[in-house]
Design a protein around this ligand. Structure first.
Ligand code: DQA
Length: 143
């Protein structure tokens, strides 16, 4: 099976963007970590976009191809009803969608305390750095 690992805006800059908050590792390091920790037979398809429409279309792809999703919606988390509605299609189709965050948004600015995605997600993991993704992967691929 393939797990889609989708990353929203500005996450392409991981490694150099606010390393005090997000650490110094980049998305290639994240891919390497996830590939190394995936169960046998599990493929990791890790993508990043700054484009809301592209992210929405990838969620349709998850529905059509019946793939579990690990989603870091980044700043879209806090205001994109369009992304939420697309993410809801995934969980309505009885597929897992785990919302993940590298930082703990609840420990940061007030505007980050709201997620419009969480209510339709299967679950949420935040604040554990790249381990947020690793634990989500373990869950969605558990036998
Ligand atoms: C983030 C948290 C968001 O508030 C922020 O906009 C991001 C990254 C995280 O992974 O901690 O871009 O989703």
């Amino acid at each position: 099976s393939t797990v889609l690992v989708l990353n929203g805006p500005n996450l392409g800059r991981l490694g150099s963007r606010e390393p005090d908050v997000y650490g110094s590792a980049n998305l290639d390091d994240l891919r390497t970590l996830l590939v190394a920790s995936a169960r046998p037979g599990v493929s990791i398809d890790l993508r990043q976009t700054d484009d809301e429409a592209e992210l929405i279309h990838w969620l349709y792809e998850a529905v059509d191809e019946r793939m579990s999703v690990i989603l870091n919606p980044a700043a879209f988390t806090h205001y994109s009803y369009a992304l939420r509605d697309a993410a809801a299609l995934v969980t309505k189709a009885s597929l897992c969608l785990i919302e993940v965050h590298i930082s703990n948004p609840h420990a940061r600015e007030t505007f980050r305390h709201t997620s419009v995605v969480s209510a339709i997600a299967t679950g949420v993991i935040a604040g554990l750095g790249f381990d947020s993704y690793r634990l989500a992967l373990d869950f969605v691929t558990a036998p």
